[in-house]
Ligand binder design. Structure first.
Ligand SMILES: [Zn+2]
Length: 282
């Protein structure tokens, strides 16, 4: 779809069960029949989507988050899983065509596709011609978490991949709260979920869209706050979410969700009772 001059596409890797220990398992989308509410989802497993965002702007090819990365590694057992390579191929692109990578944060379900293991068992950057833009605070927090006893469930860092990106000087560590990636695309540090969590604002002409990362992971999270146990700083999350959603309504902005399985995007509106709803993006 179009947001001003930008071509925006969601690259879906499929639907996954997430277990309490933080592991992921791909499931057959055909097995999900009815629209479940958050309270109907079994407590020990939650269905989530994984949907990196592709933005094309002339010769610029921008990727927001890199997915699970399964199926890219030479020795991966997950060969039937969609991944960046197979999804970029749909648009006639290869990983080498990507010019910019933005990582909302460094949890492995958002960043693991950043690297892959080649035939000689060496970790390599997947998007070899791109710089990876991440908040400096996030990088330092990820390093600090190494060796800590109680990592947050489902929110782990995979340091081998991150060290490799750093060693190859692919990481651009951002210290600004608002960072202009290219004209019309701004990275906004929100914190909350992790100290260096950032979202992406896309704006051209009078059209606006947001990629919200784990600030608002799916449409279920618009009107309820169920991330409490996942967020490092729940108060900051709630504050950032309130401000961004309020702004998005004013701007008639489209939202793109990373973890939705039913409604993956929509134009944000608010009804008379101040509840959020989504309209189809034109
Ligand atoms: Zn996360």
């Amino acid at each position: 779809m179009k947001i001003g001059r930008f071509e925006v596409e969601q690259l879906s890797e499929g639907i996954f069960d997430v277990f309490e220990d933080g592991t992921f398992q791909k499931i057959d989308a055909g097995n999900i029949t009815s629209k479940k509410t958050e309270s109907e989802v079994p407590r020990n497993a939650t269905h989530i989507g994984i949907d990196p965002l592709l933005i094309r702007d002339g010769n610029r090819v921008i990727l927001i988050d890199t997915g699970l990365g399964w199926g890219l590694d030479a020795k991966s057992t997950y060969t039937d899983t969609s991944n960046l390579k197979t999804n970029l191929d749909i648009f006639g692109l290869t990983p080498d065509d990507v010019t910019h990578v933005v990582l909302s944060h460094l949890h492995f379900d958002h960043a693991a596709g950043s690297t892959f293991v080649d035939d000689s068992a060496t970790t390599q950057p997947t998007l070899s011609n791109a710089n990876y833009f991440v908040q400096k605070l996030e990088w330092h927090y990820a390093i600090q978490r190494v060796g800590e006893a109680n990592p947050v469930k489902g929110g782990d860092y995979n340091m081998d991949e991150l060290y490799k990106l750093h060693a190859e000087e692919k990481l651009v560590l951002i210290t600004d709260t608002y960072f202009e990636l290219v004209p019309g695309i701004t990275l906004i540090k929100t914190g909350g979920h992790t100290p260096g969590h950032q979202i992406v604002k896309i704006q051209d002409a009078d059209e606006t869209a947001y990629f919200l990362g784990d600030l608002v992971p799916s449409e279920f999270h618009l009107n309820q706050y169920v991330m409490k146990q996942m967020d490092i700083d729940p108060i900051q999350s709630k504050k950032a979410k309130t401000l961004i959603l309020r702004q998005a309504v004013k701007e008639k902005a489209a939202l793109f969700f990373y973890h939705s399985i039913h409604v993956k995007n929509g134009v944000l509106v608010q009804d008379e009772e101040n509840r959020y709803a989504l309209l189809d993006v034109k």
